[in-house]
Ligand binder design. Structure first.
Ligand code: ASN
Ligand code: ZN
Ligand code: CA
Length: 326
């Protein structure tokens, strides 16, 4: 296995999986490749190549830098699923996907596509930086995992659960990566400054802090854009991991409320990740709504910790804390 050196925009100096003489081809991770679209919007453009296996310079002016961050983010996400959940690749078959960077002009988004089995990143525009942070990469790659498993329909409540699953494993991957330049948090997109004022795209402790996301379930939430109805499940995951009330983790202050003002304790992020992953891959289906997600996570918690265990009961109480009942 060949390892190059990358100078990333968001994660400092990093090790990259490369193939001889040299391309961004991660032979240790299913041959995941990273391509330069060079402002095109279709096809693959060109596979990144470099004569000395030293890539990027940490600035967005260098064309390789976005490739470094995207390639690194995909590797971290691969490693998270492999090391934490024993899943090898998006489909669990050991086969890598690919990434495309420099999509279009001033494009302020990133996306997963099932049809190419690939993810794509824009360069951003104005204040918004390239969309190649660790959490954005893990969010997009997780859309591939969701497609390959529960296949949650991307509209209505199942769409909110699909989006939340991407945010949940984005945060989990960022924590797991433990990169000092981009430490783990329960914020999504804090590095890319999409709002131009330093605020993140989404907050998991209290999703409504973004002005649009929902903290609690209500009938009719299925009519809300999936990036905002996701708030209920993001809030559930934060509460289940960390518990309610004020808390500092790293440099970030959180303060997570509950629907009924009753406190919930938290079971630790590692346990919450195991429950969500098992629920996603074994119990959720295309039309799972919030009530069914509650049941799916309780089934997963029963498998992992025992029906009626303290952990199982905390899962039930945490759904109540976001107004999802039986
Ligand atoms: N970045 C967005 C997402 O992953 C793109 C979209 O809205 N499809 O959800
Ligand atoms: Zn998404
Ligand atoms: Ca983050």
């Amino acid at each position: 296995i060949k390892n190059g050196t990358g100078h990333s925009q968001y994660s400092g100096k990093v090790t990259l999986g490369t193939a001889p003489s040299y391309t961004l081809t991660d032979t240790g991770r299913g041959n995941h490749k990273t391509y330069n679209l060079n402002h095109g919007s279709s096809g693959t453009g060109r596979l990144f190549s470099d004569p000395d296996d030293v890539w990027g310079d940490g600035t967005p002016q260098n064309v390789q830098t976005a490739g470094v961050d995207a390639h690194f983010g995909a590797a971290l996400t691969w490693d998270y699923y492999k090391n934490v959940h024993g899943r090898s690749g998006i489909r669990g078959d050991g086969v890598g996907a690919y990434s495309r960077v420099h999509y279009g002009n001033n494009y302020v988004n990133a996306f997963w596509s099932d049809s190419c089995f690939c993810m794509t990143y824009g360069d951003g525009s104005g204040n918004a930086k390239p969309l190649t942070s660790i959490d954005v990469a893990a969010h997009e790659m997780t859309h591939g995992v969701t497609s390959a498993t529960a296949n949650l329909t991307y509209s209505g409540e199942s769409g909110g659960l699909n989006e939340a699953t991407s945010d949940i494993f984005a945060a989990a991957t960022e924590f797991d990566a433990n990169n000092p330049q981009d430490p783990g948090d329960y914020l999504i997109g804090e590095k890319i400054d999409i709002n131009g004022n330093g605020t993140p795209l989404r907050y998991m402790d209290k999703p409504s802090k973004d002005g649009r996301s929902k903290d609690y379930w209500y009938s009719g939430i299925g009519n809300v854009d999936v990036h905002y109805s996701s708030g209920v499940a993001n809030h559930f995951f934060y509460l289940l991991s960390e518990g309610s009330g004020p808390k500092d983790i790293g440099d970030v202050h959180y303060d997570s409320p509950t629907y009924d003002n009753q406190p919930v304790p938290g079971i630790g992020r590692a346990n919450a990740e195991k429950i969500w992953f098992k629920a996603l891959t074994q119990y959720m289906t295309a039309n799972t709504n919030y009530a069914a997600a509650r049941t799916a996570t309780l089934s997963a918690a029963a498998d992992l910790f025992g029906q009626g265990s303290a952990t199982y009961n905390t899962v039930a109480n945490t759904w109540a804390a976001v107004n999802v009942g039986s």
